[in-house]
Design a protein around this ligand. Structure first.
Ligand code: TTP
Ligand code: MG
Length: 401
């Protein structure tokens, strides 16, 4: 059966929320991320600022050099979270098959929705209209038979766009695009492909599969399939996800082990609270590190007993970090963790394990405070040095429930 998948992404999200609240800012070059004299990176740039070369992720000082007339704002995470919840609520009205990806984007499976919502194009227009009317933001929508093509389509038609890729035309649509546009092709893979003379997605599509596999392993098969417009991934509602992951890319690469451990603790808190929110536990932990040279390593371990406590996850994953740091002492660019092998089975009673029970009560109390007053309202000693950094990182999507 032909699928119709929509990828909906809000345009210049943080900036647009600020503009919706203060219309005088509309149409101006703007950056959300912080003061241009301070350390930090651009979180969101208005399309007017982008014409000067300003991009998300670049240091604020560089953004100011490129566009000194831009308005720089610190940002208001709670405003963005509110807008995100409203955005996801609007999407949820259109299909039960909704997968929020970040704070401002989601996949929606519209297969079979035609009798109620009309054609996928009509559905996309209705979604855009409600977003405009109800939260005063614009969204771009890509429509295709699979996720990867829908995502690329929404990216290409930004801002305020709508682009449908006809079923059967996926590979033709992708062929002329630069390989960097393909999800899964990071800077290192892009560089390696370019050295092989592969610059467009079409070039990659015609590379023999076994060559892609030889050079890039399992990831080679995935990007080769994507390049041919083949992507069988389903749109997964959050509760169905097989794993939960959180990662942070630093504004400045670091080897500071104390800092890395603090960030790791924060990530464990994020993952732990999401596990508890979903009523799930993990038996498998993965640590991911990307170094300044873009080499990425992952280390994994299995837990004997399933866990959802930040403290247990942190204690285990810390061992992985210690090993990784002992082995390679290069500057670290990104750190992330993933929990997988998730279960929803009822917890065993820890009659003789008071420490675990205490953690359970403690985490429940912390979760309650955070639900009410926001994630940063309560911090562990480990993460206290991170306040400034946390303001500059992409926030997690707020759970829909
Ligand atoms: P994006 O959707 O990647 O960017 P955007 O909405 O600003 O612009 P576009 O029109 O290209 O979609 O990210 C959504 C928000 O997430 C963005 O407004 C700010 C935040 N963010 C960060 O905080 N740090 C980052 O490095 C990135 C990429 C985004
Ligand atoms: Mg966006």
């Amino acid at each position: 059966m032909v699928r119709y998948i929509l990828h909906v992404d809000l345009d210049a999200f943080f900036v647009s929320v600020e503009q919706a609240l203060n219309p005088e800012l509309k149409g101006k070059p703007m950056v959300v991320g912080g003061h241009p004299n301070r350390r930090g990176v651009v979180a969101s740039a208005s399309y007017e600022a982008r014409t000067f070369g300003v991009q998300a992720g670049m240091p604020l000082t560089a953004a100011r050099r490129l566009c000194p007339q831009a308005i720089f704002l610190q940002g208001n995470p709670s405003r963005y979270r509110d807008a995100s919840v409203k955005f996801m609520d609007i999407l949820a009205d259109f299909s039960p098959s909704l997968e929020p990806v970040g704070i401002d984007e989601a996949y929606l499976d519209a297969t079979g929705c035609e009798p109620i919502c009309g054609t996928p194009q009509q559905l996309a227009l209705k979604i855009k209209e409600r977003i405009k009317n109800e939260i005063n933001l614009t969204a771009s929508v890509g429509i295709a038979s699979c996720k990867v093509v829908a995502k690329i389509a929404s990216d290409l038609c930004k801002p305020d766009g709508l682009l449908q890729v006809t079923t059967g035309q996926e590979a033709i649509f992708l062929a002329p695009l630069p390989i960097a546009k393909l999800p899964g092709v990071g800077r290192k893979t892009e560089q390696a492909l370019k050295e092989m003379g592969i610059t467009t997605i079409g070039n990659l599509a015609t590379l023999p599969l076994k060559v892609a596999k030889r050079y890039f392993g399992a990831a080679g098969i995935t990007i080769h399939n994507y390049a041919n417009g083949i992507d069988n991934r389903k749109v997964q509602a959050p509760g169905e996800a097989k794993s939960i992951s959180r990662e942070i890319t630093f504004a400045q690469d670091t080897v500071d082990a104390h800092f890395l451990k603090a960030v790791l603790h924060y990530l464990c808190e994020r993952v732990g609270s999401e596990l508890r929110h979903q009523g799930r536990q993990t038996k498998c932990l993965t640590l991911k590190l990307r170094y300044a040279d873009f080499e990425t390593t992952t280390r994994r371990l299995s837990l004997r007993e399933a866990a959802d406590a930040d403290q247990i996850i942190f204690a285990m994953v810390l061992q992985l970090l210690d090993k990784a740091l002992a082995q390679k002492q290069n500057l670290v660019r990104l750190i992330g963790i993933e929990v997988s092998n998730l279960s929803t089975e009822g917890k065993q009673l820890h009659m003789f394990d008071l420490a675990r029970q205490r953690l359970e009560y403690l985490n429940k109390a912390i979760d309650r405070i955070r639900r009410r007053y926001g994630f940063a309202s309560i911090q562990s000693g480990w993460t206290l040095p991170l306040k400034e950094l946390l303001l500059q990182t992409k926030p997690e999507p707020r759970p829909l429930k």
